[in-house]
Design a binder for this molecule. Structure first.
Ligand SMILES: Cc1cc2nc3c(=O)[nH]c(=O)nc-3n(C[C@H](O)[C@H](O)[C@H](O)COP(=O)(O)OP(=O)(O)OC[C@H]3O[C@@H](n4cnc5c(N)ncnc54)[C@H](O)[C@@H]3O)c2cc1C
Length: 306
């Protein structure tokens, strides 16, 4: 039995919304299809859709544009396109590092940032970095509303999004680019023959004070820890106002051990291993993000590695 009956390629968001509405919930959006097609073929979802509505031909969804100190990344921008953006590498380095390790080249060439977020898993690599970057998402709701909302508002549970991809369209993301004294980094640990998600991922954004000596602010997303992507607020708090250096790192590690309690996953890792890796990832990513914030220089690392 085919997995879908009709396949549409709208060229505007309104056209996509109208198509979805015309099927009354029996059609679904497809981006690169790297998650959805597996769900349709092997997953617990209904195996057949009346139609798939492909959003990758909508020009606005495929663009990366800067707007003042912010950048807008379309939901259908592929992981590969993100890794090729010099602007993002310099000023949203963690996002480039996270998209650069998603799957293999074939997956990165078609898989989209919007699909990563709409799938709503607490370990999606692109998602982890967007949370640390304090991104907002623009949603075109099926009822006609169009709004920007904080990305964390999109996640309701593991694999459960506030978006209904049978009716609503995730349009684009917006976040502030790193400025003076700011930097970010992403690190993860993945099984060598990994299933599609990491054992653990960690994205860190920091802002230093004018003297580049003290953490003025920090945002850290480590996942999967909670049922939905989340900020590691106790770790962030441990850094704020603390002088850059080994003591700050130890304080962050101690706060992480006290506050983050990842679960055992049958396919990926035990809770104990993940707990250990929280520390390892922090010890790798925090000094890296800090160095980038201090020097204003950032070259993405680890791209293309599993
Ligand atoms: C071999 C393999 C390895 C992988 N490795 C990784 C990995 O290392 N890290 C990782 O994070 N992920 C990984 N993935 C998962 C997947 O590739 C990513 O999550 C990818 O970003 C999904 O994007 P997509 O465009 O393919 O989504 P699709 O499969 O097209 O869609 C996923 C879901 O999002 C919905 N959707 C897509 N776009 C929109 C939109 N604009 N508006 C509303 N709803 C939308 C769809 O309806 C569907 O429910 C892997 C997958 C495979 C097959």
């Amino acid at each position: 039995m085919p997995a879908w009956k009709a396949y549409h390629t709208p060229s505007t968001v309104d056209e996509a919304l109208a198509l979805l509405a015309s099927y009354g919930g029996a059609a679904q959006i497809i981006g690169g299809g790297t998650d959805l097609l597996i769900d349709l073929q092997h997953g617990g979802q209904e195996p057949t859709r009346a139609a798939l509505v492909d959003v990758t031909r909508i020009p606005a969804l495929g663009e990366i544009t800067s707007e003042g100190e912010s950048v807008i990344v379309g939901a259908a921008v592929t992981h590969t396109a993100i890794t090729r953006s010099a602007l993002l590498e310099a000023r949203a380095t963690c996002l480039v590092e996270s998209c650069g390790v998603v799957g293999g080249p074939q997956v990165r060439n078609v898989g989209t940032l919007g699909g990563n977020v709409a799938h709503a898993l607490p370990a999606g690599d692109g998602t982890t970095s967007l949370v640390a970057l304090d991104a907002e998402a623009e949603v075109a709701w099926g009822d006609g509303r169009r709004e920007w909302l904080p990305i964390l508002k999109l996640f309701k549970g593991p694999g459960v999004s506030a978006l209904d991809s049978h009716r609503d369209v995730l349009v684009r993301f917006r976040f502030r680019l790193a400025g003076e004294g700011e930097g970010s980094a992403f690190r993860r640990v993945m099984r060598p023959q990994g299933v599609a998600l990491p054992v653990l991922g960690c994205a860190i954004w920091v802002r230093l004070d004018e003297a580049r000596a003290t953490y003025a602010d920090a945002r850290i997303c480590i996942g999967p820890v909670e049922r939905t992507p989340a900020l590691a607020s106790a770790v962030q708090e441990a850094l704020r106002g603390r002088p850059v250096g080994p003591e700050a790192l130890e304080a962050a590690v101690a706060a992480a051990h006290a506050s983050l309690h990842p679960r055992t996953s049958k396919y990926r890792a035990t809770a104990e291993y993940r707990q250990h890796m929280v520390e390892t990832l922090l010890r790798g990513a925090l000094p890296l993000a800090t160095r980038r914030a201090r020097t204003g220089q950032a070259v993405a690392e680890g791209l293309g590695l599993a």
